[in-house]
Design a protein around this ligand. Sequence first.
Ligand code: BDR
Ligand code: CA
Length: 308
Amino acid sequence: MPHLIIDTDAGIDDAHALMMALKHPNADIAAITTVNGNVEVEQVTRNVAKILDACGVDAPIYQGASAPLVAPHFFAKHVHGDDGLGDANLPESPRTAEDEHAVNALLRMVDDAPGEYTLVALGPLTNIALAARLDPTFPSKLNDFIFMGGTIAAHGNVSFVAEFNIFVDPEATHIVLDSFPMATMLSWETTMQHSIDWNWVIAWLAADTPLGRFNAAISQQIINFGKSVGGESAGFAMPDPLAMAVALEPDIVLEAQTQYMSVELNGTHTRGQTLVDWVDRYKQPHNIRLITQVNLDRFRELLLQTVQ
Ligand code: BDR
Ligand code: CA
């Protein structure tokens, strides 16, 4: 399994994804980089430290961008709580971030070991865009780049058409789509199509283990939000864990296709929408691998593993 670098704006579902990676028997987490997104980057860093404590695993944390490249701040505290981890009153961690900035750490790590790392991005793409602009060879020095974000059929979760991670920093997304020859994307629509039945989620949250109790404490806020938005029938959407499952076990992907993608930077209603050229109208080289189907049985097994 490749070495992973995880870029995150943790975030409750980021926490689920991190737990999945930290508890996976074959995963090697080389570093965790933090970015502004669901909450302020300083709080994201504190959250990652708490998640590492809960999992009892060591990994260096590098703090990254504190704001989008151009856009004003836009947080998701109504989804994740004021502290980003469900306002569960968790004890502060003694862990702190390394001195090096996340973007410098990303560049250094891939320079030292070209082709070694798979980068998984679970938040806005600000750090990744900065790395790609500072060193245009950065994308080619990664084994793979997988991100959760964007829409493929204009079904947004922030505006009508835009997904949160892309809506927060459309300019960063533009740079990433422009500079990566190929990236793997887990969209919001694919997330919705792999929602988890609430009864299963309730049983998962009831696991009577230290990590099970941690999971229950941080998750209540996002469960309440999910039910209030989607109702009982839609199930629990788990965007970041799905992207992480793809990184951890590439064979979990049952269906994927490459396409050319761009992102809208203007538009009264459409800023931050990712656009797929389904019929190759622009004759551009394909730059995106869209995941469209994942093995849900295996995904549930990976979720169960996180709370054992
Ligand atoms: C994405 O938005 C964030 O709130 C979640 O952590 C996830 O990365 C889903 O749109
Ligand atoms: Ca996230």
